[in-house]
Design a protein around this ligand. Structure first.
Ligand code: CTP
Length: 444
């Protein structure tokens, strides 16, 4: 018997998929179809797949064209499947020509002409592409536009920044449709904005966008005071728009898995969280803007880890800060919880090891630097034979995950993401406010 195999995501099963399976089938007597798991797609940066694995398998099965359906879960699995299942032909669409020649060592490789004019991406976009504007044209805004290309259903079309020539150069470089003259003008041209301006402007820019009925993805920290954030959430509800804090770590698959493992009892009861984030800066916004300093610039990340791991109700916050020219260059924040203690160490003028340690009654989680781009962590125990290593390598720098979440919230009309709930954003704002208010200063 000649066995044939093919693979795909098969999201929103369409005519192109059906025709591919029909032809693959004629290459042998038995067709195996590999459907990608959600975590495999996520890990390779294929985001916004609409249907669950179960739905996609159901659709492939319903087509009546597959004799067997398997799940594709990891890179390199094709080689194992081909040998394990005694496959004689591997077939795939012509968009992959050349990419799977290496399988020629194990079986025949056939590229089938792709059906023109239809794709899952096209079907997803038919629901309407969300037009997005970028506010600010700095480093993070640049990275954002590049990452947005990996998320379907969104198109960055406009930019506005205080310097008109900066906006024009940005629009030209990234081939955006509009370099707007005013913020109001930008808001009139888009469905959503990404705000990447200095912190002290976040609240006002968010408010204006929300009142114009525009969805907001705002760089962290949206607000340096809890009440301001609360007011924005209420306003977002009133205008039925999404307001999401762009705290990228919260949306990265590795960080979410680390939190879930730490909270599932693997290391016992969590008793402490210690997180460090330093970034050496000698000039610029981080040091010079009205709300400059290592706390406002960097502490959102360690506070996220505390809130996710220990909850939203700390009992006490104390800060010591080393100052230079009125700006905190290095700060340590001690946060107490009823049954646990935590620390955040942040620095713009001091370099340190940027790791995260979550200590429990049975063991601890160690996330090496840069822990906020969680790609790797370990659980460690008294008996080192029980230690485990976890890998969550992802492409890009993680911004695509927060954008994908934002887009799906808009599509589904949901005000809240479980990846970063409103009460968690509020608790982070509250920690920020308390940490900055009671900072005991050293130096000038
Ligand atoms: N395929 C095809 N003709 C199309 C679309 C897909 O022959 N118009 C083939 C692909 O080449 C692949 C299989 O169907 O062999 C599964 O592809 P998949 O990536 O799931 O579908 P796409 O529609 O290409 O999805 P996306 O737009 O998300 O990349």
């Amino acid at each position: 018997m000649r066995r044939v195999i093919t693979y795909g995501t098969f999201d929103l099963f369409h005519e192109g998929h059906r025709r591919l399976l029909e032809r693959a089938r004629t290459l042998g007597d038995y067709l195996v179809v590999g459907v990608t798991s959600s975590s495999y797609d996520n890990g390779r940066g294929k985001l916004n797949v609409r249907e669950s694995l179960v739905e996609r398998i159901h659709n492939v099965t319903q087509s009546g064209l597959a004799d067997e359906v398997i799940v594709e879960e990891y890179e390199g699995q094709k080689i194992h499947d081909i040998q394990r299942l005694g496959i004689s032909t591997f077939a795939i669409g012509s968009d992959w020509v050349g990419k799977f020649d290496y399988l020629g060592d194990y079986c025949e490789v056939v590229y089938l002409e792709r059906t023109k004019g239809i794709s899952s991406t096209g079907l997803r976009d038919a629901a309407g592409v969300i037009r997005m504007g970028v506010v600010g044209a700095g480093r993070i805004a640049r990275r954002f536009v590049q990452e947005a290309r990996f998320v379907s259903g969104v198109n960055v079309e406009a930019v506005w920044t205080r310097r008109p020539e900066g906006a024009r150069a940005f629009a030209e470089e990234f081939e955006l449709r509009w370099a707007n003259d005013s913020y109001e003008d930008l808001l009139a041209h888009v469905d959503a904005v990404y705000i990447a301006t200095p912190h002290e402007t976040h609240v006002e820019f968010s408010r204006q966008a929300i009142e114009a009925g525009v969805h907001v993805l705002c760089e962290k920290p949206i607000a340096l005071h809890r009440d301001e954030l609360e007011t924005l959430f209420e306003l977002a509800d009133k205008h039925s728009v999404v307001l999401l804090e762009a705290l990228k770590t919260a949306f990265s698959p590795g960080f979410q898995r680390m939190v879930a493992i730490a909270r599932s009892g693997t290391i016992g009861t969590i008793r402490s969280v210690d997180a460090t984030f330093t970034k050496l800066v000698t000039s610029g916004r981080e040091l010079e803007s009205a709300e400059a300093g290592s706390l406002s610039e960097l502490a959102s990340y360690p506070f996220l880890a505390m809130v996710k791991l220990l909850g939203t109700e700390p009992t006490a916050v104390t800060t010591r800060a080393i100052m230079a020219d009125g700006v905190d260059m290095f700060s340590r924040v001690d946060v107490d919880y009823p049954q646990a203690i935590a620390s955040a160490t942040v620095g713009l003028g001091v370099k340190s090891e940027g790791d995260l340690v979550v200590s429990g009654t049975q063991g601890y989680v160690y996330v090496p630097a840069p822990w906020w781009l969680t790609e790797y962590f370990e659980t460690r125990f008294e008996d080192p034979r029980e230690n485990r290593k976890y890998f969550y390598k992802f492409d890009g720098d993680g911004l695509r995950y927060e954008l994908a979440e934002f887009i799906s919230m808009i599509r589904e009309g949901s005000a809240e993401s479980f990846r970063l709930r409103r009460d968690e954003s509020r608790a982070i704002a509250s920690l920020m406010e308390r940490a900055r208010a009671n900072a005991e200063a050293f130096g000038g």
